[in-house]
Design a binder for this molecule. Structure first.
Ligand code: FAD
Length: 382
């Protein structure tokens, strides 16, 4: 019998393998990864600098130990370049690997801004351990770093860099940080808290060019203003890795299109995690991956199970202003009601009947998370 093959050893690939092994200790399993296949928690990447952690120290379990734990053939540092759905085979460097069922857990690529200038090639992004190792080495000690993007990852890096002693500028075309997650009142509090931690904001500005100026870099905005810095970190978003699936003829939209069973347009190919668009949603966060991998493991062992998402809060790891967001579902219709509390604020997103559809909490109000979760609508049934 051909093995189940998983491509990718991020949280999606490894959690699927772990959940599968809870249900079936014997089914042959092959895991292929373009990286070194150490198990790590990606969210740690944006608060590891201040803690003084190297990339090596972030590895929770090395590839050899994962191979043993999962009773799998683990092929690391090997890219899958082609997939043939008709013959059930993938091409991984020089090898041809046959599969019975294939799981694509390919993650996403950092989006690169189209910047002009002779310094544009110096822009870094951090989306895996190798990136983090390069970034840590590239920024030197206690120098200037400009962060492009004031979303979750940009704000977390800004706070971490400031705590680690760097001089930090953050730029975004939006007028507020965390523009897609927080209502304006809470976003203002995040802006002020990070400013108090040393972050200089350049909001409502579009980065246009990065030029070399001696050993430094000059970041130029489209309003004619500029700032000098030593390094630039881009955190402007991620694009699901879809090219392998697209070339193989699978349905692809923003991500690899799968249904609630994580099944693609080919009945023996599944996808989850940052590369996947599950039932029209791309949810590049840890909790959706945990729910999806549990459901997928059941399906892979012959008991079809649809993923059902409960309310899934995301913790924004900004010690300057601890924040938790439980975003309303896409298309939800309601309005924000903001309450200022001692040492924080609570924003509730409610519909016309007063039902809670989402929330955002800052500071001391984060303690309300568990209570508000009980008020949220239950997971959509399987
Ligand atoms: C800095 C940062 C902080 C974050 N913080 C949070 C947080 O606080 N909370 C939260 O919920 N989420 C957070 N996230 C998001 C969360 O970490 C991701 O959603 C999750 O880790 C994605 O896991 P994944 O397995 O889908 O992708 P990845 O971890 O990117 O794994 C993809 C895997 O596929 C492999 N691969 C890709 N292409 C190929 C190929 N062709 N052949 C072979 N292998 C291939 C890669 O080598 C890798 O092993 C954060 C993300 C970042 C970048």
């Amino acid at each position: 019998m051909n093995p189940i093959v998983i491509v990718g050893t991020g949280l999606a690939g490894y959690n699927t393998a772990r959940e599968l092994r809870k249900l079936d200790r014997e089914v042959p399993l092959v895991i292929v990864s373009a990286d070194a296949a150490g198990f790590y928690s990606k969210p740690m990447l944006s608060n590891a600098l201040a803690a003084g952690k190297t990339a090596h120290q972030l590895v929770i379990k090395a590839a050899a130990a994962m191979r043993e734990e999962l009773r799998a053939t683990l092929i690391e540092r090997t890219s899958v370049a082609a997939l043939d759905a008709a013959t059930h085979r993938i091409r991984a460097d020089a090898r041809d690997i046959a599969y019975s069922k294939l799981v694509l857990a390919l993650g996403a690529d950092p989006i690169r801004l189209a910047l002009a200038g002779d310094g544009a090639g110096a822009v870094m992004s951090v989306n895996d351990l190798d990136d983090y190792a390069r970034f840590r080495a590239g920024i030197g000690a206690g120098r200037r770093v400009a962060v492009l993007g004031a979303g979750l990852i940009g704000c977390e890096f800004a706070n971490d860099l400031a705590l680690a002693g760097y001089s930090v500028d953050v730029a975004d075309i939006a007028d507020q940080p965390l523009a897609r997650l927080l209502p304006p009142g809470l976003a203002d509090a995040m802006r002020d808290a990070l400013a108090a931690a040393g972050v200089r904001w350049h909001l409502g500005k579009r980065a246009a060019a990065l030029n070399k100026r001696g050993a430094a870099l000059l970041l130029c905005f489209d309003d004619g203003t500029e700032i000098e810095t030593d390094s630039v970190l881009s955190a402007v978003g991620l694009a699901p890795r879809t090219s392998l699936a697209r070339i193989a003829g699978l349905a692809v939209n923003r991500g690899i299109v799968v249904d609630r069973f994580l099944r693609s347009s080919d009945p023996d190919i599944y996808a989850l995690g940052d590369c996947a668009e599950v039932d029209r949603q791309v949810l590049p966060f840890v909790m959706p991956i945990m729910h999806a991998s549990r459901a997928l493991a059941c399906t892979l062992t012959g008991k079809d199970k649809a993923v059902a998402y409960p309310a899934m809060p995301v913790v924004v790891k900004t010690p300057a202003l601890p924040t938790v967001v439980c975003a309303p579902a896409p298309g939800a219709s309601g309005s924000w009601q903001i309450e200022t509390l001692e040492g924080g604020a609570a924003a509730r997103y409610v519909d016309g009947a007063g039902r809670l559809l989402g929330f955002a909490l800052t500071g001391a109000a984060c303690a309300m998370k568990n209570r508000l979760l009980t008020e949220m609508p239950p997971a959509r049934p399987d």
